[in-house]
Write a protein that binds this ligand. Structure first.
Ligand code: G1P
Ligand code: ZN
Length: 539
């Protein structure tokens, strides 16, 4: 019996990056099956198609993969490519989808959210270009979840995932592949591995990469240690664990405190960390935090040092809340610079149309058109390649960058687990106020313009409205507010502050942005609405 009756389950609307819920929600009967069948039904056809499957190794990853295999076999897929032990980082999945032409891939991950029986799980579909499903595809999947009445699932032997090999189930060929090899090969095509090896073996440059007990561990070990010859202790927390060692695999100053401490205490030149599924990155110099917005701008400015980008970039893009540091580089290099809504899916069309090469988000996401996802280890290799090519330190590079372009102070304040109704009321009030803000002063700052961001994709003309509130000040400052689309409980309010300064280049960002924070309180009344006097996370 392969056909199973089911009925729609509420709340299967994918967020910024796929469907993310508590593990317990995914364990409800038919929950995963309904969503997977809804993905398959959104494809033109499954018959004889190739599908890539992998995940970040978190709790439920293996069970979910066996279910997906059963369903893919029953739905008539010709071939499944699965990462060994069910492991594929998000950028590696994108790489594999592109290398072995597929109708897409299923990536099991809740990114930087914690893992374990009481924590988070997630599932997302990537299209044949290797990138997150478009808004239109996501809509179809969601609509399918609301109408589903049956799914197909074959009664077959589980597939051995820990050993590389080939299996046949029904008429489907199942290939369990090395999780790292294709990705490592791609990295070697992009970067100057000889120059990086020379830098590392010189003994004058020491670094540490924190895989945070998550999926990037095996990738970092093979690339940084085996291929680049870095000392074994250059990669820490390298073994992927189902619960990420009980930590949040979130590369920021709070959750990657072990890395920060190590870089500073041991006087290392460079530190980096990535998240649960290996697509995010945080980079540090010695006692020197580098904001992701600045990292993106600097890498764009230095891209000609990297072999794959030495002949120039097609253009660049950043998500709307990301600081405008990138725009300054684009203006100088005479490149088009696109501003997209939050979420990587909006970069895909621009890359497919060869309008951009580099793109990024303030949320520790940096990437290029080598794949269609953000890529943590790629960003680390970019920095290593720039160190090798210039002989300069992270601090020196960043300070020289600011001296040329000026500095965009940036910070994001997150208020987690806010009451959803209170958050909705706050936004309703703010949106009503928006047309009246321009020309008025708040906490001593005068508003230039205020609106709600909407985006028209220049490639396919699709429109995405309601992508966050923006308030611009005549001081050159900006406040952006939006609600997270990746949380699994309550509402998370994100408030983004940025302020350009051409002269004072070494202020504490929280101090440089304090006037904007006072203006935010005066305009929005965050405390009044949420009851929170201070954010939970500041990055
Ligand atoms: C967050 C980030 C966003 C990123 C997404 C997936 O989404 O803000 O930039 O693309 O995670 O990693 P949010 O929770 O804000 O919707
Ligand atoms: Zn991630």
């Amino acid at each position: 019996m392969t056909l199973h009756a089911t009925s729609p389950i509420d709340g299967q609307k994918p967020g910024t990056s796929g469907l993310r819920k508590k593990v317990k929600v995914f364990q409800q009967s038919n929950y995963l099956e309904n969503f997977v069948q809804s993905i398959f039904d959104a494809l033109d056809s499954c018959d004889g198609q190739r599908l890539v499957v992998g995940g970040d190794g978190r709790y439920l990853n293996r069970d979910a993969i066996q279910t997906i295999i059963q369903m893919a076999v029953a739905n008539g897929f010709g071939e499944l490519i699965i990462g060994q032990s069910g492991i594929l980082s998000t950028p590696a999945a994108s790489c594999v989808i592109r290398k072995y032409p597929s109708c897409g891939g299923i990536v099991l991950s809740a990114s930087h959210n914690p893992g374990g029986p009481d924590e988070d799980f997630g599932i997302k579909f990537n299209g044949p270009n290797g990138g997150p499903a478009t808004e239109a595809m996501t809509e179809v999947i969601y609509r399918n979840t609301q109408q589903i009445s049956e799914y197909s699932k074959a009664d077959i032997e589980p597939v051995e995932l820990d050993v590389i090999g080939e299996h046949t189930r029904g008429s489907t060929l199942i290939r369990v592949i090395d999780s790292v090899v294709d990705y490592a090969e791609l990295m070697q095509q992009l970067f100057d591995f000889d120059a990086m090896r020379t830098l590392i073996s010189s003994g004058n440059f020491r670094f540490c990469f924190d895989a945070m007990h998550a999926v990037a561990g095996p990738y970092a070990q093979q690339i940084l240690i085996d291929l680049l010859g870095a000392p074994a202790d250059s990669v820490i927390n390298a073994e992927p664990k189902e619960d990420f060692g009980g930590h949040h695999p979130d590369p920021n100053l709070v959750h990657a405190a072990e890395l920060v401490e190590r870089v500073n205490a041991q006087g290392l030149d460079f530190g980096a960390a990535s998240d649960g599924d290996g697509d995010r990155n945080m980079v540090l110099g010695n006692h020197f935090y580098i904001n992701p917005c600045d990292s993106l701008a600097l890498l764009a400015a230095q891209s000609s040092q990297i072999p794959a980008y030495s002949s120039g970039l097609a253009g660049v893009a950043r998500s709307m809340p990301t600081s405008r540091a990138l725009d300054r580089v684009a203006a100088k290099l005479n490149l088009d610079c696109y501003e997209t809504p939050t979420g990587w899916k909006f970069f895909g069309n621009l890359m497919d149309a060869q309008r951009i090469t580099f793109c990024g988000e303030e949320s520790f996401g940096t990437g290029s058109s080598h794949v269609r996802e953000k890529d943590g280890l790629w960003a680390v290799l970019c920095w290593l390649n720039v160190f090798a090519a210039t002989g300069k330190s992270a601090t020196q590079l960043m300070q020289e960058h600011w001296a040329i372009y000026g500095r965009d102070y940036f910070s994001r304040h997150d208020y987690e687990g806010v009451d959803s109704d209170a958050a909705a009321a706050m936004f309703a009030e703010l949106k009503q106020k928006l047309p009246t803000l321009a020309g008025s002063e708040y906490a001593g700052l005068s508003v230039d313009q205020a609106d709600e961001f909407g985006y028209t994709d220049p490639v396919d003309g699709s429109v995405s409205q309601g992508q966050g509130v923006r308030i611009f000040f005549s001081s050159g400052g900006r406040i952006v507010l939006r609600l997270s689309g990746t949380g699994t409980s309550g509402a998370t309010l994100r408030v983004y502050y940025d302020q350009f300064d051409a002269e004072s280049l070494d202020l504490d960002p929280q101090k440089a942005l304090a006037p904007l924070m006072r203006a935010a309180e005066a305009i929005v009344g965050i405390e009044k609405h949420t009851g929170r006097a201070a954010p939970d996370v500041v990055t």
